[in-house]
Design a binder for this molecule. Structure first.
Ligand code: SAM
Length: 332
């Protein structure tokens, strides 16, 4: 039940989807997201589980129904299942998902499922250790695969695998990933490389776009047929293979921006509200949470952020400036 007016921005977009970053820390160092050498923020700056619970509770009254936990790597934060259980008890929250790199999932999958986590997106850019190392600057592909299968055994259905597509690097991974997803009955989504790397080295020509990836998959596995959109705000355009085995989604924020249907807002690990991945402005919820503010004050802060939301991310516009934060500091 929505107790306050819903979170509608100046373009009529109603916000029902909250992404919560629980940490900026990560156990790998993907070049598209983080610097090689990184100084993480002090733990005292990071919102406690109780602070996150309160914030999510206020937003549920503003019509937020879906939550995704992200980071950094959410599973490096101790006892994440405790947070999941707290969020699962909030009235109005009907879907709790998490995006993870899967490295710690083998140990955690059952506890997360039991705590009330509904869905999992697991990042898997390729199936070769060589590509894994080139991207993450660490080892660990076999642990990720262990985590994926442990999640299946724990009862997570429709596991989504997220693969970032980068020209000159991930082409060799596309067919193996397609075969893997088909074989193991998982949804595979290719995401275009966005200008959110910490090193500021992103170049347009590194974006291996969804249309190209689609052509490669069709050449190997046969035609892809568009699936009906079940949710207008979903970032992916989904297809199924004409032979009936498996489905593939394309998240094309660079070549086909989907901002017009965006229903998402974010809170960073230290409690800054962001109305867009690419926003240059933030609203400090932590100051309110730690300063004795009322629920109405917190609601007003979020309303202010939503009211300031721009029509689009602007990557495609002249003069685009990437945000000062990199992806790991925002929460993907
Ligand atoms: N650590 C978790 C993980 O790896 O899934 C969650 C956080 S990570 C920032 C969330 C997602 O963002 C991952 O699927 C990652 O591949 C994606 N990502 C990070 N940087 C990106 C970029 N510059 N462009 C596109 N996707 C990116």
């Amino acid at each position: 039940m929505t107790a306050f007016a819903p979170l509608t921005d100046g373009f009529g977009r109603v916000h029902t989807n909250l992404r919560i970053s629980v940490t900026d820390r990560c156990n790998i160092r993907c070049f598209y997201c983080m610097p090689e050498t990184v100084r993480f923020m002090p733990r005292s700056e990071v919102l406690s589980y109780e602070e996150i619970e309160r914030f999510a509770g206020v937003l549920a009254k503003l019509g937020i129904e879906r939550i995704r936990l992200t980071g950094g790597e959410p599973l490096v934060r101790n006892g994440l299942e405790t947070l999941v259980a707290k969020l699962a008890r909030i009235e109005g929250i009907r879907d709790i998902a998490m995006t993870t790199n899967g490295l710690l999932l083998a140990d955690k999958a059952a506890a997360l499922k039991q705590a009330g986590l509904h869905r999992l997106n697991i990042s898997l850019d390729g199936l070769s250790e060589e590509t894994f190392k080139k991207i993450s600057r660490r080892e660990g592909l076999s642990k990720v695969l262990d985590g994926i299968f442990a999640a299946q055994r724990a009862g997570f259905e429709k596991i989504r695998l997220n693969a970032v597509s980068i020209r000159g690097l991930t082409e060799v991974e596309i067919i193996p990933l397609g075969g893997f997803a088909r074989q193991h009955n998982m949804q595979l989504r290719f995401i275009e490389f966005m200008p959110l790397d910490a090193d500021g080295k992103w170049q347009t020509d590194q974006v291996l776009n969804g249309a190209e990836v689609r052509r490669m998959l069709e050449a190997e596995f046969g035609p892809l047929e568009p699936l009906p959109r079940s949710d207008a705000s979903q970032p992916a355009v989904d297809y199924r293979f004409a032979d009936g085995v498996g489905s593939i989604g394309f998240i094309n924020p660079v070549s086909q921006p989907f901002c017009g249907d965006c229903n998402r807002l974010r809170i960073t690990a230290e409690g800054k509200v962001r109305n867009c991945l690419f926003s240059h402005e933030e609203w400090d919820a932590r100051a309110l949470l730690r300063g004795g503010a009322s629920d109405e004050d917190i609601a007003n802060l979020v309303r202010e952020s939503i009211a300031a939301k721009k029509p689009g991310h602007g990557i495609d516009e002249e003069g685009f400036l990437k945000p000062a934060r990199a992806m790991y500091q925002i929460g993907g």
